[in-house]
Design a protein around this ligand. Structure first.
Ligand SMILES: Cc1cc2nc3c(=O)[nH]c(=O)nc-3n(C[C@H](O)[C@H](O)[C@H](O)COP(=O)(O)O)c2cc1C
Length: 328
């Protein structure tokens, strides 16, 4: 019997928002769970308002298990946010220790926390003593160096964390350069428990190579690869069912009717939410750009996306997209 594969959707702030996630779940089933993009909770906040929780819906309203993610650095705001989320019915929260944006690091949050081992442990001690919610962490190798993670992991072993997700890049790398696979292996050894792998899974072959290298891993989190090509989910999940699958079945999504059905549905749902034309187009193109950046689209085609005019309606847009691939 082959090992089960669990795929989680990674949070992409500005992309995988509530509307996008809901639409994705309806068209592409099979995700085990999904992390919301970070909910920014100010330090020394007195009350966590529904404005702070805007990107999460009530768990009963989603057909995929959603884990709200918190971007904060203090135990008090952590506990207030947990309280607000528990009232909505959530049973797990994720703490973001990976966001590499300069503004976030300056405030000592996200990956800015990675060098502060004792502070991370103090926050966890305080929070875990006062809540029964499940806590998971999303980590990077460190902010400046992987020693930060290697220092933290042996201590984390004693904490009752629900899951640990690791994107094996340093904060200073942002999303560039290569993922540190030797570092990921060392992290597995030091932690001694399951770690969910996240980073640069864009094709079935990427997944197969990683699965071969880390056979003990059973949770995989994917962000940009799923937005670029949602069929990647099915392709990976089928590896276990279809013997002999080579991992190179992934097709250009623009050649698939199901992709247009998804885009049309998303188009309608976003249009209801964002009425200002320019904002709507920026949002929609912000999503399409991931598909256009994928290896199955020649780089020169990317600028065609930006030639699509704001005035175009769904049918004109669909036409433009179909024309782009037809002349390839
Ligand atoms: C535009 C963008 C927004 C992101 N927003 C978040 C976020 O809100 N929370 C988080 O933990 N990671 C965030 N990430 C990081 C991703 O969740 C993920 O760790 C990273 O993209 C690597 O995975 P991938 O190669 O599968 O995309 C973001 C990444 C990008 C490119």
């Amino acid at each position: 019997m082959s090992k089960p594969i669990h795929i989680l959707m990674a949070p992409l702030e500005g992309v995988t928002d509530r509307v996008y996630r809901g639409c994705f779940y309806d068209h592409f089933p099979g995700l085990k769970a999904s992390l919301t993009p970070f909910l920014p909770i100010p330090d020394r906040v007195q009350r966590v308002s529904s404005g702070n929780l805007g990107d999460v819906c009530f768990p009963g309203n989603s057909n995929v298990y959603e884990i709200p993610q918190l971007l904060l650095s203090e135990a008090d705001s952590f506990l207030l946010a947990i309280d607000a989320l528990q009232k909505r019915g959530f049973s797990e929260v994720n703490w973001n220790l990976g966001c590499p944006s300069r503004g976030v690091i300056k405030k000592g949050k996200g990956a800015g926390l990675m060098p502060r081992t004792s502070h991370i442990l103090e926050v966890l001690d305080k929070v875990l003593a006062r809540t029964d919610i499940q806590i998971s962490l999303k980590l990077r190798m460190g902010l400046y160096e992987s020693e930060e993670l290697f220092r933290l992991l042996p201590s984390l072993r004693d904490y009752p964390l629900n899951r640990v997700i690791l994107h094996p890049r340093l904060g200073t790398q942002m999303y560039t350069g290569s993922v540190d696979l030797d570092g990921f292996q060392k992290a597995l050894d030091l932690y001694g428990k399951q770690i969910c792998y996240n980073g640069d899974i864009n094709t079935g072959l990427d997944f197969l190579a990683l699965q071969k290298r880390f056979p003990s891993v059973d949770e995989w989190m994917i962000g940009r690869g799923l937005v670029a090509n949602p069929f990647l989910l099915k392709e990976i999940l089928q590896f276990n069912e279809v013997s002999g699958c080579s991992g190179d079945q992934l097709e250009n999504p623009f050649k698939q009717k199901a992709f247009y059905d998804f885009l049309e549905d998303l188009y309608g749902r976003i249009k209801e939410k964002i009425t200002r034309k320019e904002a709507f187009w920026n949002y929609f193109k912000g999503i399409l750009i991931y598909s256009f950046s994928h290896s199955y689209i020649p780089p020169e085609k990317r600028k065609e996306l930006f030639r699509i005019r704001i005035e175009e309606d769904w049918f004109q847009l669909k036409n433009s997209l179909q024309l782009l691939y037809l002349d390839q």
